[in-house]
Design a protein around this ligand. Structure first.
Ligand code: AHR
Length: 502
C-alpha cells in the first residue's frame, strides 16, 4: 500500500476557475454534427432537428463553450455555403476528412443549438484557403445588428438578433503539414496579425486566438510560437495549444502520467509567450486557449484507410473509451485546472461521436462514455479559486516520463459557500494509495461526498446496452477526524472529494 499526503489551504490560490475551461468542440467531422447533435427525424428531434437526448447530455456534461466548425475542416470551408435557404446550399467535397459536406447544418443552426444548450459559441475562421476578406464577411454576418448586406442576409434567414460571438480562432493548426493551406510560422504570423487588426476595426472587444503548435512534439514547436507571437502579440489575447494522448505499446504507467506532458507543454508555451512579451517590452500577458485536448488513439486513425467515395457523415474517429482512458483524462483536467492562471479557455475535442464523451446511434440511443464522468464532475464542482495542493507522494519510473508521482491532484475552494473539492488521480497501475489530507486551514468542514471511478479491469468500457458500467461510485474508505481526512484511492482511479461547511 502506498501513502501520500497533501495540505489544502484557501491561501494557496492559483487563480479563479475559468468557466471556459469546460469548453468543447463541434467539428463537421464524421458524425459529430449529422446524427450527433443534429438529426431531423430522430424520435427526440426538436423543431430545429436537434436531438434532445444529446442536448440533455450536453447540459449534464456541463459544457460552457463550443468551438466550431473545425478543426481541419475549417481550412477548406466556405461559411456562406451553410447559410440561407437549405435547398440552395451546395454539396461540397470536404478534403480534410474525405467526406461530402451537405451544408444542411451551418452557422445559424450552430448558434441556435448553442443557445439551446446554454453554451457560448466560439468561431474559427478559415486562414487555409481564405483570408482577411472572408473573415471580415463572417464577422459582419455574425455580429453586426442589421443594415449591411451580410447582416441583413442573416436577418433575412431568420436570425434577427446578432450572434454576438466574442471568441474567434484565427485559423486551425496552421503549423501542420496536413492542414489545407499549411504555412510557415512567418507566413501565418503575418496573416493572423493582419486578420486580427482588420477584425478589431469592426469590434475592438473581440477575444482572438492565434494558432500555436498542434502538439509539443511538432518539429517546429517553440520556434513556431515565438515567430507567430512576434507578429501577433499586440493584437491577440490567446495562443492555442492542442494535445492528444494515447496508450502506446501497452505502457499503461506512462499513459496514466500523460498530464506530465501537458504540464510541460503549458509551461513551455507560457515561457515562450512571456519571453516574446519581454522582448517587445509589453506589459500584456497572453493566456492559453487549450482548444483541443483529449485521449485519442490517433495511431489507429493514421493506420486506417481514408473513407472512399466521399461519404456523408461517415463514422470517423469513434474511439471507444475504457476506464484507464477516463483516469488519464481526469489527469489532463487536473493539469488544465492547475494552470488556471494562464489556461483560461479549453475545449475538449470533441463533443459527440468523434473522440467524444457522448455517443449516439443514428435513430437510436445516446449514451455516456467513461470520459463523460470526470468532465461532468470537474465542470460541476470546480468552483471558486483553484488551490495549489502541497503534496508529498511516492514515485515510480515510467518509460516516457521518467520518475512520476503516483498522486496527481488539484483542489478548488469557493469562498462564498465554503465548498472545497479535491480532484485526485492515483496513477499507480497496481497499488492503492492512502492519502492523508491536512484540512486544518479550511476551518470546520464535513464530508459531503467522496466518489471514485475505478474497477478491477482498467480496460472495461461502457456500451449503449451497459452505459453505467464505468461511473462514479461512493468511496466508503474515507475518514474525517480533527482536521485530517484519510482516504484510500484504488490503483488507476479518478477521485472527487467534496467538503462543505457543517
Ligand atoms: O479533433 C480532430 C482533429 O484534430 C482536428 O480537426 C484537428 O484540428 C486536429 O488535428
Amino acid at each position: 500500500m502506498l501513502s501520500a499526503s497533501l495540505t489544502l489551504d484557501p491561501a494557496f490560490k492559483v487563480a479563479p476557475v475559468s468557466r471556459r475551461t469546460f469548453g468543447t468542440f463541434v467539428e463537421h467531422l464524421g458524425r459529430c454534427v449529422y446524427t450527433g447533435i443534429y438529426e431531423p427525424g430522430h424520435p427526440t428531434a426538436d423543431e430545429d432537428g436537434f436531438r434532445r437526448d444529446v442536448l440533455e447530455l450536453t447540459r449534464e456534461l456541463g459544457v460552457t463553450t463550443a468551438r466550431y466548425p473545425g478543426g481541419n475542416f475549417v481550412s477548406g470551408y466556405r461559411w456562406e455555403d451553410g447559410v440561407g435557404p437549405r435547398d440552395r446550399r451546395p454539396r461540397r467535397l470536404d478534403l480534410a476528412w474525405h467526406s461530402t459536406e451537405t451544408n444542411e447544418f451551418g452557422l445559424d443552426e450552430f448558434v441556435a443549438w448553442t443557445r439551446k444548450a446554454g453554451v457560448e459559441p466560439m468561431m474559427a475562421v478559415n486562414l487555409g484557403t481564405r483570408g482577411i476578406a472572408e473573415a471580415l464577411d463572417l464577422l459582419e454576418y455574425c455580429n453586426i445588428e442589421a443594415g449591411t448586406q451580410l447582416s441583413d442576409l442573416r436577418v433575412a434567414g431568420g436570425a434577427k438578433e446578432p450572434h454576438g460571438i466574442r471568441m474567434w480562432c484565427l485559423g486551425n493548426e496552421m503549423d501542420g503539414p496536413w492542414q489545407i493551406g499549411h504555412k510557415t510560422a512567418h507566413e501565418y504570423g503575418r496573416l493572423a496579425a493582419e486578420t486580427a487588426r482588420a477584425m478589431r476595426m469592426i469590434d475592438p472587444g473581440l477575444e482572438l486566438v492565434a494558432c500555436g503548435s498542434s502538439g509539443s512534439s511538432m518539429p517546429t514547436f517553440g520556434a513556431w510560437e515565438a515567430t507567430v507571437l512576434e507578429e501577433t502579440y499586440d493584437v491577440v489575447d490567446f495562443i492555442s495549444c492542442h494535445a492528444y494522448y494515447e496508450e502506446h505499446d501497452g505502457d499503461l504507467a506512462s499513459f496514466l502520467a500523460s498530464s506530465m506532458d501537458m504540464d510541460h507543454f503549458v509551461d513551455s508555451v507560457v515561457a515562450t509567450a512571456d519571453s516574446v512579451g519581454a522582448r517587445l517590452k509589453s506589459r500584456k500577458k497572453l493566456n492559453i486557449s487549450f482548444d483541443e485536448w483529449n485521449v485519442w488513439y490517433l495511431s489507429r486513425f493514421q493506420n486506417a484507410e481514408p473513407p472512399q467515395d466521399w461519404p456523408v457523415a461517415p463514422p470517423l474517429l469513434e474511439d471507444h473509451y475504457h476506464l484507464a482512458d477516463a483516469v488519464t483524462f481526469g489527469g489532463l483536467l487536473i493539469s488544465l485546472l492547475r494552470h488556471s492562471d494562464r489556461v483560461t479557455s479549453a475545449c475538449l475535442a470533441q463533443l459527440v461521436n468523434v473522440i467524444a464523451p457522448i455517443m449516439t446511434e443514428p435513430g437510436g440511443r445516446a449514451w455516456k462514455q467513461t470520459t463523460f464522468h470526470p468532465f461532468a464532475q470537474a465542470s460541476r464542482y470546480a468552483v471558486g479559486q483553484v488551490l495549489r495542493v502541497e503534496s508529498d507522494s511516492p514515485t515510480h519510473e515510467t518509460a516516457r516520463f521518467g520518475e512520476v508521482a503516483a498522486l496527481d491532484a488539484v483542489a478548488t475552494h469557493d469562498e462564498e459557500t465554503g465548498a472545497t473539492t479535491l480532484f485526485a488521480v492515483n496513477r499507480s497501475v497496481d497499488q492503492p494509495l492512502t492519502l492523508t489530507v491536512d484540512l486544518r486551514a479550511l476551518g470546520p468542514v464535513r464530508l459531503a461526498e467522496a466518489t471514485v471511478l475505478s474497477g478491477p479491469d482498467p480496460y472495461v468500457r461502457n456500451t449503449a446496452d451497459a452505459s453505467d458500467t464505468v461511473a462514479p461510485r461512493a468511496n466508503a474508505d474515507v475518514r474525517l477526524d480533527a482536521g485530517t481526512l484519510e482516504i484510500t484511492l484504488p490503483a488507476v482511479s479518478w477521485n472527487v472529494i467534496r467538503l462543505i461547511r457543517p
